[in-house]
Design a protein around this ligand. Structure first.
Ligand SMILES: *Cc1c(COP(=O)(O)O)cnc(C)c1O
Length: 225
């Protein structure tokens, strides 16, 4: 399938999820996750009108950034090792995986301008997943006052690997509640208006529960090319 055709299907599914939940499609950013695919396929996504590109490794992000023609907004969505921060800060527009103080410290040290970050939360508590526990989020965000080159634009989570709609829904709902709690702190460095949640298998549920950034790989660009 051409990316253009996949994008039409995804947009239609977004539209319907928005209708079901009384939301506007303008509220939803679609990040094409290109980690599985080539630079050519990434170019196809740009040509189809996709603006946001997500990569989970800096090597992949740099490869695509050098290869593509056209404007894109770059999202680093993978777990981030401290020693890679310098490159990520220089090349990504958003980091979706801020999950510890040592990382905040390094981002602050390496950044020239404020960096837009999502705080990653492990809502489901699965051991294999990165992120703070829900209880850690508020104290962590308050601690970030010491690092003035970090802007908390929102929260991010990866839902558990399940088909169970109720489990997915309650995970997304919990993240939305936390987002509102952070937003209501009214910290100047933490507007926290965004929710990065929803992937190929669960983005409609995520939208119904308030997502503003869906990260879609398989359904948009495929798994291999
Ligand atoms: C790979 C990945 C995605 C996209 O996954 P699909 O199921 O292919 O849509 C989204 N978010 C993160 C953090 C990923 O690593």
């Amino acid at each position: 399938m051409r990316v253009e055709d996949n994008f039409s299907v995804v947009k239609e599914r977004i539209k319907q999820a928005c209708e079901r939940s009384g939301r506007s499609e303008d509220e939803i950013k679609v990040i094409a996750v290109t980690k599985y695919v080539s630079a050519e396929r990434t170019q196809e996504a740009i040509d189809a009108g996709i603006i946001h590109i997500g990569e989970n490794r800096i090597e992949g992000l740099l490869e695509k950034q050098h290869a593509i023609n056209g404007q894109a907004v770059w999202h680093f969505i993978g777990s981030l090792q401290t020693r890679k921060v310098k490159d990520v800060v220089a090349h990504a527009d958003y980091i979706h995986s801020l999950d510890r103080t040592s990382l905040a410290k390094e981002i602050h040290k390496r950044a020239v301008e404020p960096v837009r970050c999502f705080v990653q939360v492990n809502v489901s508590g699965e051991e294999s997943k990165h992120g703070l526990t829900p209880e850690e989020v508020i104290p962590f965000v308050k601690e970030l006052a010491s690092y003035d080159r970090i802007i908390v634009v929102g929260l991010m989570t990866m839902a558990p690997f399940t088909e169970d709609e109720q489990v997915l829904r309650s995970c997304f709902r919990k993240l939305k509640e936390l987002q509102l709690q952070v937003k209501n702190l009214e910290l100047p460095y933490a507007p926290c208006q965004e929710l990065s949640m929803g992937m190929s298998n669960d983005f409609e549920i995520a939208i119904e529960e308030g997502s503003t950034c869906i990260r879609v790989g398989t359904a948009l660009v495929g798994e291999n090319s």
